[in-house]
Ligand binder design. Structure first.
Ligand code: DX5
Ligand code: ZN
Length: 222
């Protein structure tokens, strides 16, 4: 994957949905290139967020890359529809399906980047059988389901282990981290080897979205 710098992916979950277009324009003007889209089904996680119609609508008002995070059971059922509504990357959870390989292949078959996510209690070892089949690993640094939770520091060694795995296997996958990311921890996570930083409350939850984005971007890129 072509990757020139570390990137912040603000999570739409933290936006003001009444002003979504305006907020996306602010992010874009600040230089933001990735938008994280948290899709929750109320079964895999105890919360419901949004789905394809909303993503399709916002696709018309921004050129940012859409990093779609599917927190849903059996995601293979919806790979095509989330591709159709404008996702550039689709990340699935290793814990949510028995056909991980098939699902990752279905995502790549649509020409999208395929991500594999692990919850806080899932070890890095779980992704090893799928090296070569994914373009990104997403480390959850909170239990998935809600924005605004506290960062779990145990996720930092997992980022380091993934960076080692990437080196040993001579792979090029990206390492992403999601949950509780902000000014207090982004430097440590970046030093551990993360490339993509999902940030909800610490960007779209702040009064000055552009300043919050710029500050995190600066910290991540040292
Ligand atoms: C949680 C989601 C996160 C969340 C991050 O299940 O996957 O992307 O929106 O929000 P913050 O940054 O507020 O923890
Ligand atoms: Zn997410």
């Amino acid at each position: 994957m072509e990757w020139t710098k570390k990137q912040i992916a603000p999570s739409l979950l933290a936006c003001d949905f009444g002003n979504v277009e305006k907020q996306l324009k602010i992010l874009e003007s600040a230089g933001c290139e990735y938008l994280h889209l948290d899709v929750m089904d109320g079964i895999f996680v105890p919360n419901i967020s949004f789905g394809q119609p909303l993503i399709k609508s916002i696709r018309k008002c921004t050129n940012m890359k859409f990093d779609t995070h599917l927190m849903i059971v059996d995601p293979i059922r919806y790979v095509d529809t989330f591709a159709d509504c404008g996702s550039d990357m689709i990340t699935i959870h290793i814990e949510s399906c028995h056909n991980v390989r098939e699902t990752l292949r279905a995502i790549r078959a649509r020409g999208l980047k395929a991500g594999l996510s692990i919850k806080p209690k899932t070890p890095v070892d779980a992704v090893k059988p799928f090296v070569g089949e994914f373009d990104l690993v997403l480390v959850m640094s909170v239990e998935p389901g809600f924005g605004g939770q506290s960062f779990m520091p145990d996720s930092i060694p997992k980022v380091r282990q993934l960076a080692e795995l990437r080196a040993w296997t001579q792979s090029e996958f990206l390492i992403s981290i999601d949950g509780g990311i902000g000014e207090k921890n982004i430097v440590d996570v970046s030093l551990a080897g993360a490339d993509l930083f999902v940030a909800g409350s610490s960007v779209l939850g702040k009064p000055d979205i552009a300043a919050a984005f710029t500050s995190l971007d600066g910290l991540a890129n040292g």
